[in-house]
Design a protein around this ligand. Structure first.
Ligand code: BES
Ligand code: MN
Ligand code: ZN
Length: 521
């Protein structure tokens, strides 16, 4: 699917042959003298077209346009989230086997503010998963023109939008694949193939290397499965080695049966989505490969299956994590935190400016926030503010939840340094408190995406969240921390982040230690 910006007003759009012309009509729309503008003015005056976001009026071969279909759609005040809703509604209505070329006219909306949202909405409305279908019918839409009189000014937003789409679609692809088509080994090869982009390197560690690192907690989750675990390390190096990276850690449970503490049968298939945190990390790297910003990012993915088996970890077993802390496994279904804790310990070697883990971690987070906002936890106010802002800007929102020490009390164990569960109350928070024990002094945040990473029911499928949030966050790192900020491509627009000022002393002075290059077994 190819997106292009075109400097065309509404009259020029109307003259262009296409399968569908979508006109975004805001409250502020001022009709010109051309026939289509006049038609819109009439429809508005008669009450047949409302500026309310998503309100739609469709026409077939109207004399006023060369398009087969014209869709007038309200965008309210023209805010990005209204544009997203309007474009989603219009593209869904126009969708069909003959839809190949679409024009979107921003005549009534600010293209610069909403092109990213429009691009994402078109992609979302036309996305189809095909990998495991015998007769794949993919997307037919191939050409999308985004038209505004001042279209050229929106070039950076278009680049951000198309890169986000590429990342989101990679995350959806891996999220949607069934467990037998998305094993830890296959995730490893998917990560390796990202190294085809300049500035991206990837190493994939296997069971032997992970054992040598002492990741006893991660290994205990994998031990009930025939599929060998993988520990994926991705590097995006867009800035000098002296610039501290952001480390993204994605939960990569390629299938979560619950282990010996087995889950009930109903909807267990959805536990193939338990690697959506990992998929979002792959998605961010895919987008960085396109955008090439002057930043450093490390991606860490502990990937394995959680299976019951004669060799599986048992309730009550005590394991030793890479940090040296011992953990009593009181519920083998609380496995996400057990793979993440060792990855967080590993993250410290990069002396990161921030570590963010992304995980489909708890059913409790789904109860708390549903599918609208991801749960966000951080003891660092500036990091929390930056993630919150990134979520709003990318229309991929999150909501901060607390981390009071009292929430961690239930994790006490009589037989180890801690237990992996703390009872039902505040389950999303106690999970975050567990992870926090492995973060030392690193600025750290945890995103619980259990409610937002996929949809259930008829529209079952991965959402690609929170690729948009994460990408917006890493691109808006305070320039003071980026040594080669001047060399940053002009196409990447940084948001002003008053709340994100981080003292210069947090900048790592030494080069990040790179782990020994090792091959997967
Ligand atoms: N992958 C699940 C979390 C999950 C459950 C996400 C349902 C989305 C929907 C995680 O590994 C898990 O099983 N968590 C347990 C933790 C509990 C045993 C403390 C949960 O949430 O029930
Ligand atoms: Mn589980
Ligand atoms: Zn899980």
């Amino acid at each position: 699917m190819n997106f292009e910006l075109k400097s065309l007003d509404l009259a020029a759009c109307a003259a262009e042959k296409c399968d569908a012309l979508i006109v975004l009509v805001s409250e502020a729309f001022a009709p010109a003298k051309d026939a289509l503008s006049q038609l819109i003015a009439q429809a508005r005056a008669s009450g047949d077209l409302e500026a309310k976001p998503g309100k739609l009026l469709q026409m077939y071969r109207p004399a006023a346009a060369a398009a087969t279909r014209v869709l007038l759609v309200g965008v309210g005040d023209g805010a990005a989230r209204h544009v997203r809703q309007a474009v989603a509604t219009a593209v869904a209505a126009a969708k069909g086997p003959s839809l190949r070329k679409v024009l979107i006219s921003f005549a009534g909306a600010d293209a610069q503010k909403s092109v990213r949202a429009a691009v994402q909405a078109v992609a979302e409305a036309t996305y189809v998963y095909t990998t495991t279908k015998s007769k794949p019918e993919g997307r037919t839409l191939s050409q999308v023109w985004l038209c505004a009189p001042d279209a050229a000014a929106a070039q950076a937003e278009l680049a951000l939008g198309t890169a986000t789409v590429a990342g989101v679609e990679l995350a959806k692809e891996w999220g949607n694949r069934p467990g037998n088509h998305a094993t830890p080994t296959l995730l490893g090869t998917a990560a390796k193939s990202l190294a085809r982009f300049p500035k991206i390197r990837c190493e994939v560690l296997g069971p032997k290397e992970v054992a040598a690192l002492g990741m006893g907690s991660f290994m205990s989750v994998a031990q009930g499965s025939k599929e060998p675990l993988r520990f994926i390390v991705l590097h995006y190096s867009g800035a000098a080695k002296t610039v501290a990276p952001t480390v993204l850690v994605g939960k990569g449970i390629t299938f979560d049966t619950g282990g010996v503490s087995i889950k009930p049968a109903a909807e267990m298939d959805e536990m193939k989505f338990d690697m959506c945190g990992a998929a979002s990390v792959l998605g961010v790297f895919r987008a960085l490969g396109d955008l090439k910003p002057a930043i450093n990012v490390v991606g860490l993915i502990p990937a394995c299956e959680n299976m019951p088996d004669g060799g599986a970890v048992k309730p009550g077993d005590v394991v030793t994590s890479m940090s040296g802390q011992t953990i009593e496994n009181l519920n083998t279904d609380a496995e996400g935190r057990l793979v993440l804790c060792d990855a967080l310990t590993y993250a410290a070697r990069f002396k990161p400016r921030a570590v963010i883990d992304i995980a489909t971690l708890t059913g409790a987070c789904v109860v708390a926030l549903g599918g609208v906002r991801s749960g966000m936890f951080s003891a660092d106010d500036s990091l929390a503010a930056a993630l919150q802002a990134a979520g709003e800007s990318a229309l991929d929102p999150c909501w901060r939840l607390p981390l009071d020490d009292e929430y961690g009390e239930g994790l006490k164990s009589n037989f180890a340094d801690m237990a992996n569960v703390a009872g039902r109350a505040g389950g999303a928070i106690t999970a975050a408190k567990f992870l926090q024990k492995f973060t030392g002094k690193m600025p750290w945040a945890h995103l619980d995406i259990a409610g937002t990473a996929w949809k259930s029911g008829a529209a079952k499928g991965a959402t690609g969240r929170p690729v948009g949030l994460l990408l917006d966050y890493v691109l808006n790192q305070p320039p003071a921390l980026i040594e080669s900020a001047q060399a940053a491509p002009k196409s990447i627009v940084r948001r002003k982040m008053a709340t994100q000022a981080i003292p210069a002393k947090t900048v790592a002075k030494t080069a990040a230690k790179t782990p020994r290059k090792t091959a997967a077994k």
